[in-house]
Structures are given as structure tokens and as C-alpha cells.
Ligand binder design. Sequence first.
Ligand code: PMP
Ligand code: GLN
Length: 381
Amino acid sequence: IQSRLPHVGTTIFSIMSALAQQHGAVNLGQGFPDFDCDPALVEAVHQAMRAGHNQYPPMSGVPALRQAIAAKMEALYGHRYDSDREITVTAGATQALLSALLAIVHPGDEVIVLEPCYDAYGPAIELAGGRVVRVKLKPESYRPDLPAIAAALTPRTRALMINTPHNPSGRIWPAEDLQALSDLLAGTEVLVISDEVYEHMVFDGQQHQSAARFPGLAARSFVVSSFGKTYHVTGWKVGYVAAPAALTAEFRKIHQFNVFTVNTPMQHGLADYLREARHYLDLPAFYQRKRDRFREGLALTRLRLLPCEGTYFQCVDYSGVSAAEGMAPEECCRWLTQEIGVAAIPLSAFYAEPGEDRLIRFCFAKKDETLQSALDKLRRL
Ligand code: PMP
Ligand code: GLN
């Protein structure tokens, strides 16, 4: 059969997790917690099952959950989404991103992505019939390069995909960047897909700058998030998309024939749990502590730390590790997994063309003892 995605293999996250398992390595590759979620959340889901919430929910999602999402977004970002017409519950952020692209991209349309970017974006654009236009983020800061984005805009540009807090760099964008993007797109028809799955993981007292905060962006954006990250339940695959009614109407035309709807008891459980703001407001301190301890340990190794302002990813430069000299990032990650016993993700997986960078990413959403065990191994480098 002729492949729809001829140049696509298996995602690096699956590859590195399998390799970690095969070699019994500490898995700091794929981004997921190795600790459990709050038992109260599990109880809320059980409660929903016992209460008989086990059949199809409305196509757009359980109303109580959509209302809770709208209330949270208004409280945090000051934009009021209509929970009936502007919020849709999705099977994780991945489905939200693909469905949004399928809803808006016509064959031959261009969609701009900012590299390095999450590996799902490119194939999703191609499946929607679009052409991927790659613009690099600024070196070092991983902030948007406004002149480069402006230069990439053409009459065929349908959308721009953005992501802050940023996977893989762990950097965040300040308000001025979102305002500048808003100004740049003013007067164009370009839509924005804003991937904000790490919205609640921002450190050092900084604030997440959601596209929803900026009226000029909110009016043209699909704001995508995921409960997997926020509540330590990546396997539940429940996320959502908030977008103006006209965009949401098109989104739902796709959504209804893609998954139709998302599992009912999880939605009820999450709706109950989401009413407590404490859970997501506690998250920055929780992960900041892990980040700090992990960074302290890494500072004693030959790896050079890059800044980490958000997400649960820490990037390092391994060019000071003589045993890894000459190794490309993916090769280095395989070697680290097999020989040192710690799995990581190469940043090269987030680019179409390999560069000269010697950067890899560790996930620190792990128990303290897991991080310690990884640090003990990395000290030997
Ligand atoms: N976007 C980014 C930037 C991510 O890192 C991830 C997953 N970790 C996703 C989207 C997908 O999220 P989900 O698991 O909810 O599909
Ligand atoms: N988003 C997670 C990461 O960046 C993993 C998601 C996946 O396995 N596809 O590690």
C-alpha cells in the first residue's frame, strides 16, 4: 500500500521507552509521571461509574466538565468562553490538534510550525493535506522570531502552530511575544493553534501567557490543553479545545466522525475534581521543587544545563562528555540508555533536519528516588 506518511517511522517516545524497558534503564525519556495521581481523582471517577455515568455523553463533552473548563479559563486568562458553543472535550491534546487541522486546512494550504516542535505537528498537517512550513525559534531563548514568521506568511498560510510552555526546550514566552504575534496577524485570515498542555507548569513566579489572554489571538485561536499533564494521568487521554463558536462548529464536524465523544466517567470525575483550583495551583511549586533538585544533581555531572522555566523537561548539552564525542543526539540517547542506564529524548527528534546541536531532554516528572537513581548514574559520565 502506498503510505500516506512515507517518511514517518515510529515516534521517538515509543522507541526510547521500549529501549529503556529492554535495558532496565531509568526512563527519563517519554514525558509521563512515574507516580500516581491523587486518589481523590480516582475516587471521583469510580463514583461516576457507580452513579451510572457509563453511556455516551453529549458529543461535545459532559456539560459540567465544559463549564468547569470555561470557569477556569475565565479565572486564569480573563476570556469568557461559552461552554456550550466554544469548548469541546477531546481524546487528549493529540486528537484536538489533528481534528483542528482537519477542520481548517484545505489541500495545498500552508501551516507554519516553529522548530523545535512536538513531533505530532508535521504529520498531522500533512494528513490534513497541508504543507508544513518550518520556521526556527530564536536560538538560546526558544522565543518566536517575529521577522522570520512574517517572512514565512503567504496568501496560502492557513494557520500558525504555537506552544508555550515549550516542549522540548522548557522555555516560556513572555506576554510581549504573544502581543507581537497578535499584532503581526492582525488583518490576516491566519488561524492559530495554541498548544498549552503545560499551562500549569510555569516556575519562579512567572505566569503562563495563554493565547486566550490576548483578544486578537483568542478570536483566531484553537487553545488546546490536556488533563494528562495537569493531573498526572497521561494514560487517560482527556483534553479539550477552546475556540470561537464558528471555529468550534467546524471542529465538531470533524470530532463527531473522528472519536464522536470521549469516555464518560473520566469526564464526570474530572469535572468534580476541577472545581478545586488548589490542584492545579499547587502544581508549579510541586514541579519547581523537582526541577531544582534535579538541576542541583545535574550540575555535578559533565552535562551542561539549559534554563528551565516551565514544563517538566530539562534540556542539557552533552558536548562536554568525552565518551559521547562525535555522537549525534539520537545515538547519544541510545548509548545513555544502553550503557549508562538512563533514557533521554534527543532534541533532533523535534526538527525536520538534524542540526549541529548536542542537546537531549530529560523528563523530571518522577519520584525523587527515580531522579536520584538517574543522577547517580549520570555522575559517572
Ligand atoms: N502537545 C505537546 C507539546 C505535548 O508534549 C503532548 C504530550 N505530551 C501533547 C501535545 C499530547 O498530549 P495528550 O497526551 O493529551 O494527547
Ligand atoms: N508528550 C510527551 C513527551 O514529549 C510524550 C507523548 C508521547 O509519548 N507521544 O515526551
